[in-house]
Design a protein around this ligand. Structure first.
Ligand SMILES: [Zn+2]
Length: 422
């Protein structure tokens, strides 16, 4: 992530019960003598599940209603949950139990990331049908969240907990984040009165890591472009066909230690002139900041979300943002001298760079690349003085500023005239 996101208190308290429940259902289906046919016959399996839930303290007094909700609650539940669960039962019991143990280990590993891989990764072509059954069960279970998990699956019968509650808590816990924490380029929400629309990314995709589909540390609201078009179902644990460890990744919710806005910078460098496409002469490269031992982190992040490629494709737009902001400053202080004096311009660029970093970051699109573009202009003016292209461009702009000021005055009147008379 470019921006740090804060952990959600409610989600971290509530969602673990969903994972415990998912595991309990798999456990019920992994008991001796349970066959695919047992599960398909709900008159037999629902009481078995109920008995098993009774062995869990957190579900004990509500086991009947919970068992019924899971196995019969939704219209197409037979196809989405019951049949996949029955396919899971189509392997020896020992194998089912090993699988459930591995799921438990993976869930704990995400709470305490270290130098390790997940044990369960269900890849389409490699997994047996029983494993795909478990995958489909867990995958579809997540969809029940859309309308809300009923309050009775949580101890002390709290209210229904829906995906929208999670999204609203995310907003509340991240009040200074207006834009996508991943790409820094777009808003991540659209709001109406009472509802926040956003896409919730499974950092570890639920098609491969279905057991993490309800893990509170795996769910993060980001822009739908990052989520659907760029990242999709790509596996974060693989980089250039090599498996990665969990500590190789920039995981969400891991504190400022893992937010790239603190740990990385963007170099603005000359593009190779032999580049096949006649594009912008400069390009942006995300690099580890001083003293940050990045390992695979930045490469893995870039592979997953292609932020370098996307910022470069928008470099003209980012430059335009910066130039407009500079000229808007200059227009107010109306100083033609400031634009043509290298030292005065350096002071202005430094002020704007620091302000963007402290005040606009996470709030305005592209504030992160803008900081580093401004840094590159400071270097340019320091090295080339009067010959710096940015100084020339601003001096040119300042020449026409008095004429422009008149235009603005006229335009302000035009705007006022748009309002009808009372
Ligand atoms: Zn994004």
């Amino acid at each position: 992530m470019i921006h740090q996101v804060s952990k959600l208190k409610d989600a971290n308290r509530i969602l673990p019960y969903v994972m415990v429940l998912q595991i309990a259902v798999l456990e019920a289906a992994a008991q001796e003598h349970i066959t695919p046919e047992t599960i398909l016959d709900l008159r037999v399996f629902v009481p078995i599940l109920e008995d098993h839930l009774n062995t869990k303290r957190c579900f004990r007094d509500r086991s009947e209603i919970i068992a019924r909700w899971i196995m019969t609650g939704k219209k197409d539940i037979r196809k989405s949950l019951v049949e996949p669960l029955s396919r899971f039962a189509n392997t020896p019991v020992a194998e089912r139990i090993r699988f459930i143990d591995a799921i438990r280990d993976d869930i704990l590993l995400l709470y305490h990331p270290r130098d390790a891989e997940f044990k369960v990764a269900i890849l389409r072509n490699e997994a047996g049908d029983w494993k795909k059954g478990a995958r489909d069960f867990l995958y579809e279970f997540y969809d029940l969240w859309q309308t809300g998990f009923p309050g009775y699956i949580f101890p002390r019968s709290r209210q229904k907990y829906a995906r929208q509650d999670f999204v609203q808590e995310f907003e509340k816990c991240n009040p200074d984040l207006f834009i996508c924490a991943v790409c820094d380029g777009a808003a991540y929400t659209t709001k109406t009165a009472g509802h926040v629309y956003t896409s919730v990314d499974h950092f570890f995709p639920r098609s491969i890591y279905p057991h993490l589909s309800c893990h509170p540390l795996n769910l993060v609201p980001i822009c739908s472009c990052c989520n659907s078009f760029i990242k999709g179902d790509n596996d974060p644990m693989i980089l250039d066909d090599r498996p990665l460890q969990l500590i190789d990744l920039i995981l969400p919710y891991q504190g400022s230690d893992n937010a790239l806005r603190q740990k990385a910078y963007i170099a603005v460098v000359k593009r190779n002139p032999r580049h096949p496409k006649p594009e912008h002469p400069m390009q942006l490269e995300l690099k580890p900041a001083r003293d940050f031992d990045a390992g695979n982190k930045i490469a893995a992040f870039n592979k997953l979300y292609d932020v370098n490629g996307r910022w470069n494709a928008s470099l003209d737009e980012i430059e335009d943002h910066v130039f407009r902001r500079l000229t808007q400053y200059l227009a107010i202080i109306d100083s033609a001298n400031l634009a043509s004096d290298p030292d005065a311009l350096i002071r202005l660029l430094k002020t704007l760079m620091a302000q963007t970093d402290l005040e606009n970051m996470g709030k305005d699109s592209f504030a992160f690349p803008m900081v580093w573009l401004l840094k590159s202009y400071i270097d340019q003016v320091e090295n080339q003085r009067e010959n710096a292209p940015i100084l020339k461009a601003l001096t040119d702009w300042a020449k026409h500023n008095s004429q422009r000021c008149k235009l603005l005055e006229v335009h302000s009147e035009v705007i006022k005239q748009r309002v009808p008379d009372d």
